[in-house]
Design a protein around this ligand. Structure first.
Ligand code: SF4
Ligand code: FES
Length: 235
């Protein structure tokens, strides 16, 4: 454990934990969009900005990817931190004014949000789907396109590699805006415009997972396909 201070209150933080984890454990609400505890930090939306004291000076830092250190001081409620979060939300809102997830966060941090039709599900490039597919699933079917040196940085987007996708739906589950469409009807699941055949549970007869996903698990684990043909409820 390391001793840190959050908004003037001393607390013990686990080694290697982040400022965000500790702020939240104090019951302090910080908005996040590109963060999920199951995947690595990305630090792109800047909605979780706080002030930290480093080398004797206060400076802005994103809480989700800032690790704690002995004696670290954190301010979540300073004028600078509050304004930095509002600025991040205003930028997002100006780019995605009709996306519900963005509007909700903007309102949460005090940005004036127009009362207009707001049911868009834009991709806000948070990268959660890319990280979930790579780090949790291991399929690596999603990547950022148009990022990196010499590329056009104005219009980055998510690239989908059809052959690598196993249809598990993790990206749809983790996407904060609903941009990733997944529909499962009978023996078919459609995701990112790829159609998967669903496997039938050998006990109850229900469709429960894409065959490609089971084949992927079988290959990764060495468990034969025949041993994977039972749904969670019948195991
Ligand atoms: S599709 Fe969803 S999860 Fe993926 S980057 Fe866009 S908003 Fe984030
Ligand atoms: S949640 Fe921390 S930068 Fe996005």
């Amino acid at each position: 454990m390391v001793a840190i201070t959050i908004d003037g209150r001393k607390t013990d933080a686990k080694e290697n934990s982040t400022v965000l984890e500790n702020v939240r454990s104090q019951g302090i609400i910080l908005p996040t969009l590109c963060h999920h505890e199951e995947v690595s930090a990305f630090g792109s939306c800047r909605l979780c900005t706080v002030e930290i004291k480093a080398n004797g000076k206060w400076q802005l830092a994103t809480a989700c990817n800032t690790p704690v250190a002995k004696g670290l001081e954190v301010r979540t409620n300073s004028e600078q931190a509050i304004e930095a979060r509002a600025l991040a939300a205003r930028l997002l809102y100006s780019k995605y004014p009709t996306t519900k997830a963005v509007r909700d966060i903007a309102r949460q941090v005090g940005v004036d949000v127009a009362d207009e039709k707001a049911d868009a599900k834009d991709c806000v490039l948070c990268g959660l789907c890319v990280r979930a597919c790579r780090e949790v699933v291991g399929a690596c079917a999603l990547t950022f396109a148009d990022r990196g040196l010499g590329r056009d940085l104005d219009e980055p987007k998510i690239d989908f590699t059809t052959d690598a996708c196993i249809g598990c739906g993790s990206c749809a589950f983790i996407c904060p805006t609903g941009y990733v469409r997944m529909e499962t009807t009978g023996d078919r699941r459609m995701i990112w415009d790829k159609v998967f055949k669903m496997a039938t549970c050998k006990v109850c007869g229900r469709y429960f997972a894409p065959e490609d996903q089971l084949a992927f698990i079988s290959k990764q684990t060495g468990v034969p396909m025949s041993a994977l043909m039972t749904c969670v409820s019948c195991r």
